[in-house]
Design a protein around this ligand. Structure first.
Ligand code: SAM
Length: 297
């Protein structure tokens, strides 16, 4: 079924299936006809590629991906949309819809089964309630994917693409850059969706690196240092690390000095290699003291 950006067409098919939008699932469907083709083209949906989509909705982006890529798999959590998608994607022979929560799905098995011999891209208009967890899950799982092109809330996009060492940077900026090279592609206004959200959006692309951006001997500690550093943004790095990692202020200060950084440095001033250096020195100085803390990204 074509014309899935036409509001009347969407309303008709949704009411036929008795569907009502769930805010909790971040259901804001795209109705601006220019956006999905751009996501598909800029997201490497093309011959020789398989595309994993997260959240099909009524299938508006799915169709654009299917037009261009060899194979598309869309993971959609909302079972009420499955009969809708059976109708809207009936003429797309290269699409498989899987009714699962993307955070629980075995993405590695899905990729192996559906995309043999294909390069793999992820494309999605992400549900905003779970943007960073989905992106970090994709990156941390070290899936064989080349790139991730996603629509996210504007502020989240700025943060995800921020260069560590700049004001906009947060823990997620440093985490993303460890695995990928981010790029801001274009902005999308709130009026491009039904129902319209209260915020504007943007599309970003993350090109996954073959090797992490910096070498660290203990990856887990590196990420705890990154998260710990930003756990209290207004504090100095030393104070944040001391409370987040459960080490003394002098141990934190010693690691910061040994990394060649000023003691009163703030977390947003650190580049990736600074985080790596601090985590290496913390490992030497305080391995036994660092307690497990909950994840903050
Ligand atoms: N791709 C469609 C579009 O652009 O119009 C829908 C995008 S809508 C912002 C997000 C979609 O993700 C919804 O269909 C929602 O049901 C689905 N979703 C929400 N949480 C999910 C999860 N944990 N796993 C898979 N899909 C999810």
């Amino acid at each position: 079924m074509d014309n899935l950006t036409n509001i009347n067409v969407i309303k008709e098919i949704l009411s036929k299936h008795g569907f009502s939008f769930s805010r909790a699932l971040g259901q804001n469907f795209l109705i601006n006809p220019s956006v999905c083709p751009r996501i598909a083209e800029m997201g490497s949906a093309q011959k020789g590629w398989g595309v994993l989509e997260i959240g099909a909705g009524v299938g508006v982006l799915t169709r654009e991906l299917a037009l261009r890529a060899d194979k598309v798999v869309s993971v959609e959590i909302d079972g009420r949309l499955i009969p809708v998608l059976e109708e809207t994607l009936a003429d797309c022979g290269n699409v498989t819809v899987i009714n699962e929560d993307v955070m629980k799905a075995d993405l590695s098995a899905i990729i192996a089964e559906h995309f043999p011999k294909l390069k793999v891209a992820v494309c999605a208009n992400l549900p905003y309630y779970i943007t960073s967890p989905i992106i970090m899950n994709l990156l941390e799982s070290r899936l064989p994917i080349e790139c991730i092109t996603v629509m996210v809330q504007k502020e989240a996009g700025v943060r995800l693409c921020a260069e560590p060492g700049t004001r906009e940077a947060g823990a997620v900026s440093a985490a993303v850059r460890y695995y990928a090279e981010p790029k801001m592609l274009f902005n999308v206004s709130r009026g491009s969706f039904m129902p319209a959200p209260n915020v504007d959006s943007c599309v970003i692309r993350l090109d996954v690196k073959k090797e992490p951006a910096v070498k660290v001997s203990d990856e887990k500690l590196y990420f705890r240092v990154v998260r710990g550093a930003f756990s209290q943004r207004r504090k100095t790095l030393g104070n944040s690390l001391s409370s987040a990692l459960g080490i003394s202020k002098s141990e934190a200060a010693e690691a910061i000095r040994a990394a060649g950084l000023p003691e009163n440095i703030r977390p947003e001033q650190l580049r990736l290699d600074d985080f790596a250096a601090v985590s290496e020195h913390l490992k030497e100085a305080a391995e036994s003291c660092i307690k497990e803390r909950p994840r903050l990204i």
